[in-house]
Design a protein around this ligand. Sequence first.
Ligand SMILES: [Zn+2]
Length: 344
Amino acid sequence: MRATVMYAAGDVRIENVPDARLIEPTDALVRVTRACICGSDLWPYKAMEQSEAGVIMGHEAIGVVEEVGKDVHNLKRGDLVVMPFAWSDGTCVFCHEGLNTACVHGGFFGNAEIAGAQAEAVRVPLADGTLFVLPGGKDDALLPSLLTLSDVMGTGHHAAVAARVHPEKSVAVVGDGAVGLCGVIAARRLGAEQVIIMGRHPDRIALAKEFGATDVVSERGEEAIERVRELTNGFGVHSVLECVGTEQSMLTAISIARPGGAVGRVGVPQDEAMPASQPSFYNNITVSGGPAPVRAYIDELLPDILEGRIEPGRVFDRITNLDGVPEGYRAMNEREALKVMIKP
Ligand SMILES: [Zn+2]
């Protein structure tokens, strides 16, 4: 089959690789209908060390179940499924608590251990717990939004939950990538009254406004912090969704939270230490978040997509086949494209 293989920073190739196949009796084989390139794929794209074997990339997909192992009971051939970016058994203590990304038997797609989904097909471990079967007969027009349930919409929602977004409260979203924009949707969906998007890319800002952002802060650093305070009676916001993961973005996030506020972080941290320890302490700021248990959120978010109340699929501004994937990485890395959808 054909798949996207990354060998080093900037080196993404489409290659013929051995077909994905069942290995464990709890596996499913999924034919990929739609996949996409994630902002987090850009971290290895910038920094991955040379690898002889390469890594089959991709952790977001919708597909059709082609084959299931003998211990898979909740899925059958032909089911249309969402593949969350992490696999999980659905039965352990953490899965029961809705934190599937801490599953004691789980893991993540698209690394040296397990092949990813930017490919014609993908092997899904613990398929009963991992895959979410979509209701049949859905319009293809919904596929982009349904695809976001595998990561970015669930991740934006997780940031909002971790940041304790509540009705009538103020929210700031740090980062205007796909997760940040989904964070705007999530904050409004949870009833936030004021949603400040922090970013400067005109197309992304326009989409954020359509998603419900009420204010835009395009400044950076100290100026950005000042501007958010001006917009919030001098105090800062109740909730900050940190959707980038750099030292600077985390520093900004803590600096714009009001005393007693919360920061929900979903940007993959690029540093060992967390900045702004003293401001977060003296202002009683809760810092929470981590890998989003998107599997657990699908039940809650799916009806809003099916009934058209939210359209997170609008974050996709390009579609390509597998041949166009290396160019898709380049375009996202250079911020020409917001998020690239792949139709293998
Ligand atoms: Zn589990």
